[in-house]
Design a protein around this ligand. Structure first.
Ligand code: HEM
Length: 234
């Protein structure tokens, strides 16, 4: 198993597999969020189900582990790419342009996404699962958890603010660029790199990334519009 950490291919496999698992999470999370547009009660039922229950906490820890590994390897791969360039660092070639893209832009985009994720976890997770967990452990009084599963309230409050609606859309833009290249790169590293598959892989990565981003953006735009409508109706 040391090839997973010691070889360049092994490290790319780790990036690809953790990245693919994170994309599956995003598809699940985005689809779950769409329920917020269809039914407010339905959305809060899902939030209740995914609160501070043992299975939701295990899933959260699994997700955190995947992210830590993905980011750790991102740094290792970037350092490795930087070193590999050696004296050729300033020479320009097509091959190098490709390496530049994956190592530099992907890392920067990933860091931007992580920054926004911190804000997002503060906006939702910190007020929901984290509060419920503390109530369950007796660290907070029962009443403190009254809104811990009221996801729709937090969505409405947040996206009524233009600054947050805007910030989330910027975040989703960065996510789109990261995913289009990331999904492509993962499938490529996992072997779909022959001439027949290259254009298909490009197409698949564009479709998956666009689907993920549109699912999230729909909720932002819908609830921003909802707040605007409510303001003008007054
Ligand atoms: C419109 C956009 C989004 C909405 C409305 C939304 C909503 C939520 C809500 C309500 C929770 C809290 C669930 C709970 O603690 O019970 C949550 C957690 C989370 N969200 Fe989002 N989310 C959005 C976009 C995103 C995006 C784009 C990402 C990643 C790039 C993301 C990653 C996460 C993560 C990692 C958690 C913690 C999950 C866990 O505790 O297991 N979310 N989100």
């Amino acid at each position: 198993m040391t090839w997973l950490t010691n070889s360049s291919i092994g490290r790319k496999v780790v990036m690809s597999v953790t990245g693919a698992a994170l994309v599956l999470f995003l598809l699940f999370h985005g689809a779950m969020n769409l329920v917020a547009i269809i039914s407010e009660e339905g959305y809060n039922m899902i939030c209740e189900f995914l609160g501070a229950n043992w299975y939701a906490i295990v899933a959260t820890m699994g997700l955190a582990f995947l992210m830590v590994v993905h980011i750790f390897y991102a740094f290792i791969l970037s350092i490795q790419n930087y070193r590999a360039r050696g004296r050729e660092r300033y020479a320009v070639s097509e091959r190098q342009a490709d390496v530049e893209w994956s190592s530099k832009n992907m890392l920067v985009l990933g860091l931007i996404i992580m920054g926004f994720l911190g804000l997002h976890l503060y906006n939702f997770w910190y007020k929901m699962q984290w509060v419920e967990l503390q109530v369950n452990l007796g660290l907070l009084p029962h009443e403190a958890g009254a809104d811990a599963a009221n996801g729709i309230k937090y969505i409405k409050d947040l996206f009524a603010q233009p600054i947050y609606a805007g910030l989330y859309l910027v975040w989703l833009g960065a996510l789109w660029f990261h995913l289009t290249h990331g999904v492509w790169s993962a499938l490529h590293s996992l072997g779909l790199n022959n001439e027949t598959w290259m254009p298909r892989v490009k197409m698949i990565s564009n479709i998956v990334s666009t689907l993920v981003v549109l699912m999230f953006a729909a909720v932002v735009v819908y609830y921003f519009g909802y707040a605007l409508g409510a303001t003008y109706a007054l």
